[in-house]
Write a protein that binds this ligand. Structure first.
Ligand code: ZN
Length: 146
């Protein structure tokens, strides 16, 4: 199996059976929308101090947006807000920069690096991250990638 096929398999798996799917009551919440593709994602997060204690998402979108949200919730759980911000920036630069050089290990999130060859899908992959950032600010907010 090539690395590309392995990556594809992880994305298909997470889009078909998303992890941490559902709503968390009394959590900080933000809603994201990507009008280019029609993806919608709601992110719920509960903090313990400055650490993510619980995180989940709900949404309606393409395979890439769903898989990205699913892998994001797995990754962000129990991380500090600072760690989440760093990883979010790293993820963003990985899928938008042609000459990307890794600055840190982002684990399974690396499966999305192929997305940079499809500029119209970049926003599908980053939507959940933008929405999480906004949920971490603790305000109800509607985020649009436009
Ligand atoms: Zn999409």
């Amino acid at each position: 199996m090539s690395l590309q096929e392995l990556y594809q398999e992880v994305i298909v798996d997470h889009s078909k059976s998303p992890r941490n799917f559902g709503k968390i009551d009394r959590a900080s919440h933000a809603e994201g929308y990507n009008p280019l593709c029609g993806d919608k994602v709601d992110v719920y997060v509960k903090l313990d101090g400055n650490r993510v204690k619980e995180i989940s998402f709900k949404g309606n979108g393409c395979a890439i947006s769903t898989a990205s949200a699913s892998l994001m919730t797995e990754f962000a759980k129990l991380k500090t807000i600072e760690e989440v911000r760093k990883v979010s920036d790293e993820f963003q630069s990985m899928i938008t920069h042609e000459d990307y050089e890794p600055h840190m290990d982002i684990g399974k999130l690396a499966v999305f690096q192929g997305v940079r060859e499809f500029p119209t899908r970049v926003k599908c992959a980053t939507l959940a991250w933008h929405t999480l950032k906004s949920a971490l600010k603790g305000r109800e907010e509607i985020v649009s990638t436009e």
